[in-house]
Design a protein around this ligand. Sequence first.
Ligand code: ZN
Ligand code: ZN
Length: 337
Amino acid sequence: MKCPTCGGNCVRYPEQVLDDIFQMYMACSSCPPDPLCDKNAPLYEKIDAGTGKCAKCGKRHLDHVTGHVLTLLKEKGLFPPDASLKEVGTPLIAFGYQVPYPPRLHEKSLVLIMDSVTEEMAGIITANVPEIKGVIKRKGHPSKSVGLSDTGSTPHTYELLSGCDMRCDVVSSIFGELCIYKNQSVIHIEFNNTKVKKIEALYINGELDNAVVVDGFCGPGTLSLLCALGGAKKVILNDAWLPAVRNAILNIKANSALLGAKIVFELTEYTKLVGDEPVLMAKAGGRTEILVYHGDIRKLAKAEGECDICLIDTFPSVNPAEYVLACRDFAKKTVII
Ligand SMILES: [Zn+2]
Ligand SMILES: [Zn+2]
């Protein structure tokens, strides 16, 4: 599939990703040993593109990659000579799953979120460090969620300075794995398995069987697409943040074979960032009927009528109580995620 952000091959079908994932970040038999860097200590060693590179598989240890970035930052005078690896930023592997060891990285396999970086520096990093696929500048405190907290607030976004910010989280569940793609400069960063457990609990209780499920704050679609895998008859995704809706539609397409559903309608000529009255953005048909809305969840009942389960997954900073009240009007059961 063509990446909607960069036109490259960032978006791959889950069948290929799952075939590769267990080898993707693993050292081969010829890889140099772990450099065992202390991430909090000053790193004086100069690291270039050849440092630590395996002659056989071509991969490098994460510390050599971030160390290479740090060397460039020091050469350009953005960081002091005694800066440590930890100060570089937050590295996110392009295909995220629980890797039980420090990842060995191949080309364009790391998105870096940085606090101290300029656009020029970001360009230098993506041009010189082969493993970096994108550089994002963080705005505000790391604890502040990226995206839209509710329809009345201003969206909080990071800034993609260079390369591509499209990455994927491989979500494992008892129904199987999904590849959930997200534009990481505008979508909340999340590694939260407890949410998946709540969907699995609905399945174990038989509540997903032939159910109509509304995912009121769907984000890139993780929970609703799991409900589809878990036997829901119809899932209705809704989000007021357009980038989330676009990613959710991309994820229906990417996971189409697993979901047994194909997009039959998509509204492409649409640019309103924050939704209000629900607008149907996409529809998929097949084993499960999937609808994607851009709008305020409190107004969705008018468009879709009753449902069996409504999932309410607000940002940690938002009190879900008001949404629970509104959703009780049209949902037989509300589940706070
Ligand atoms: Zn891309
Ligand atoms: Zn190797």
